[in-house]
Ligand binder design. Sequence first.
Ligand SMILES: Nc1ncnc2c1ncn2[C@@H]1O[C@H](COP(=O)(O)OP(=O)(O)OP(=O)(O)O)[C@@H](O)[C@H]1O
Length: 307
Amino acid sequence: MSDAAIRIENLCKTYAGGKRALNDVSLDIPRGQIFGLLGPNGAGKSTMINILAGLVMKTSGAVSIWGFDIDERPRNAKRAIGIVPQEILFDPFFTPREALEIQAGLYGIPPSERRSDALLAAMHLTDKAHAYSRTLSGGMKRRLLVAKAMVHSPPILVLDEPTAGVDIELRKQLWSYVKQLNAQGVTVVLTTHYLEEAEELCDRIAIINHGEVVANEPTRTLIARAQEKAVVVTVDRDIDKVPEATCFDRIAQLDERTIEIGYRKDKVNAGEVLAAVQRDGLGIVDVRTRDPDLEDVFLSLTSEAAA
Ligand SMILES: Nc1ncnc2c1ncn2[C@@H]1O[C@H](COP(=O)(O)OP(=O)(O)OP(=O)(O)O)[C@@H](O)[C@H]1O
């Protein structure tokens, strides 16, 4: 039996119409961690989650959840995972408590073993237990979705963009619940666009871009890469030899008189970088700085992979 919570091997998905959303993805999500799946819009995150949830058919490759292959043991695989979807979808006429009871029924959990009240309490929804779902606020609905995903006590909880459009207060509550579940041994997987969000929570992060995994490493290592800052410098003459200096992380010539220099903002400052350019005999005409973002991390990762 695989010791990964989720093992993905050579996973490919091409949608009808020809869009290749996942391209030979292999990824182990370790048990017991909070694992972040990051990437820009359209990277393939939801496709991956939907394959795990059994909502999208993969084109090829293998996936096992808690050691159960999704093709050979689909029921066991499904029982091992709880998924909080991106879209909020409910039957508006059920109360939160009824929604949880129905969900428990779908999993065949006998009434004596159901945990509806405990889940409502954990999600701060006890006083809404008997309200119609349609009367809940957006934040309450999202918490109810988390409770629904945990009804069958799965060892893995997956949250697809849990904080999209969610206010700060709710975000904090949600994170504290996620941390609590993780401390109790639940493996958590979350997708997000936001590096900072993943930084706060995740032990490990995989970055997916254009259907491929471009990084998969402990959060600390990845964040260090985002320490790169860039200056775009225009100089007073055509550059025949690109300057070199130990304080540059990378340098690229953009046109005859413009260069972009990446440097580690935790190690050097812009002044040192510019002084190094001037030492090479180039006069500085203009300077623009850029703050690092996820794209810079992608860039530095892909250029490293190519090196
Ligand atoms: N049902 C579908 N049919 C055809 N193409 C699809 C379908 N679902 C997704 N795609 C395409 O597959 C690619 C990956 O989409 P996916 O939703 O998995 O990305 P994502 O990383 O989850 O993005 P987002 O953060 O916006 O949800 C995109 O180009 C998308 O347009």
